[in-house]
Design a protein around this ligand. Structure first.
Ligand code: ZN
Length: 325
């Protein structure tokens, strides 16, 4: 179970970081249980990410409006840190807001085609064997009906600087890494950063896209910034120690996967052969399957033999089941 870090408790709901920055947390931070952020100043507001379904997002917006009746009554800007549904499926509820993302994130959102795919997986899970059981378990808490994702209305590449009242927010594109267009939202005046899924704290990161080098660079960038409070995409609020741990994990699995790639070990064997003993307290260890596959693809310049997505979900289901037993 994830522990609180420093002075921040890891409980569901809104956490006031001081000076008009808030984190909205959803323990336990596993599949779909994402965090969001709110920045307010001078009666204006910026929301960083929505949640995985409409009910959860509505509950979050209500909580924010209670805490900041004036500034959060009408949210002026919504930033999507990346395209995964647990960070944008509630977009349609933030009516009237400008929706900002990287250009690559917006393109990926179009490609992923919204919530329908997940609603279908959930409906068909009972016919999908072990993989279906896994889908059913991780998707059970969420309701994908009625979701019609509002797309970004303003995109950028590289970096964009926005004002919220008198406050500056730097939106820094660091992807492709976790997804194609990951963005960090950094509030220099408050020494706060919202990282999206560039950080999973006390959970295994999942490298959907890579290259892992970009992700490691993003961690280094955060370590070099003047930052005190770090709000990850999943898990408890942390500080630079949490950033360093994720960087260490990425460097470790890159090294370990490389040895096995050089020895011609197949992806599935390598995924099960790499020791995760140092990360035994982190959740969702099955993600090592996707991570090794992405790394092999990267090492080979795209020519390595990578199992299909269906097969990979199958192995993840098996690993997850063995850990839940
Ligand atoms: Zn996420």
């Amino acid at each position: 179970m994830a522990q609180a870090i420093g002075k921040w408790s890891y409980t569901k709901g809104l956490h006031d970081l001081g000076n008009g920055c808030y984190a909205y947390l959803q323990p336990d931070g596993g599949w779909g249980w994402s965090n969001a952020g709110l920045v307010v100043d001078g009666g204006e507001s910026m929301l960083v990410d929505t949640l995985f379904d409409l009910k959860l997002t509505r509950e979050m917006l209500d909580t924010m409006r209670r805490a900041e009746p004036k500034a959060a009554a009408r949210i002026g800007a919504l930033v999507n840190t990346h395209s995964n549904g647990d960070h944008c499926f509630g977009n349609q509820l933030v009516t009237g807001a400008e929706i900002i993302s990287s250009k690559a994130c917006a393109e990926e959102m179009e490609l992923e085609g919204g919530a329908k795919r997940l609603a279908d997986s959930k409906r068909n899970a009972s016919q999908m064997g072990e993989t279906g059981e896994f889908f059913a378990r991780i998707l059970a808490p969420f309701d994908f009906e009625g979701i019609d994702v509002s797309m970004p209305t303003l995109t950028f590449e590289g970096e964009m600087v926005r004002r919220v009242g008198n406050k500056t927010v730097r939106l820094i594109q660091v992807g492709p890494a976790h997804t194609r267009g990951d963005v960090l939202a950094y509030v220099p005046d408050d020494r706060v950063i919202f990282t999206g899924d560039i950080l999973f704290i006390h959970g295994h990161p999942i490298i959907w896209v890579g290259p892992v080098g970009n992700w490691i660079k993003a961690c280094q960038l955060m370590l070099d910034l003047d930052v005190e409070t770090v709000v990850p995409g999943h898990g408890p609020i942390t500080d630079k120690k949490g950033v360093a741990e994720v960087k260490g994990y990425l460097e470790y699995i890159t090294r370990e996967a490389r040895h096995r790639y050089d020895a011609d070990m197949p992806v599935f064997e390598a995924a099960q052969d790499i020791s995760l003993a140092d990360y035994s307290s982190w959740g969702d260890a099955e993600r090592i399957v996707i991570n090794v596959a992405t790394l092999y693809s990267e090492f080979s310049g795209g020519t390595a033999k990578i199992p299909g997505m269906g097969e990979m979900w199958g192995l993840m289901a098996r690993i997850a089941k063995s850990q839940h037993a």
